[in-house]
Design a protein around this ligand. Structure first.
Ligand SMILES: [Cu+2]
Length: 129
């Protein structure tokens, strides 16, 4: 009986972790050497990618921040040359960067472009050659 309870508890824990939302780059990989124009692919677990404009719980869209930092939770992601929005719900993009080392930060935000915080972001390093 005790063993059964422990097993049930551990299964519950495992499910809780599996359900936790996560974002990551499908490509490129961290520390990858890429050409001046390359493809980026985003992924999010536990959330649905939707077009900007509709505020629906559990949905949002990707943002790519070049050589920057994640956007604090609740703040609107800026829109400029280094903060690209994918409000059309796309999960891939063609990115062109100058040669050298860069960081790529992916930030997930809601339909009003409000950041879901650092836990919904990830940063990788790439070198453009
Ligand atoms: Cu946005």
């Amino acid at each position: 009986m005790k063993l059964f309870l422990v097993t049930a508890f551990l299964l519950t824990l495992t499910n809780a972790f599996a359900a936790a939302p996560m974002v990551h780059f499908v490509k490129p990989h961290d520390k990858e050497v890429v050409p001046p124009t390359f493809q980026v692919e985003f992924a999010v677990d536990g959330m649905t990618v939707a077009k900007a404009g509709e505020l629906k719980a559990g949905t949002g869209h990707h943002h790519l921040i070049i050589d920057g930092t994640p956007v604090a939770k609740g703040q609107v992601v800026p829109k400029d040359e280094t903060h690209k929005h994918f409000g059309d719900a796309s999960t891939t993009a063609s990115v062109s960067l100058k040669p050298g080392k860069h960081t790529l930060t992916m930030q997930f935000a809601d339909g009003a472009h409000k950041s879901l915080g650092e836990e919904y972001s990830t940063t990788i390093n790439v070198e453009v050659k």
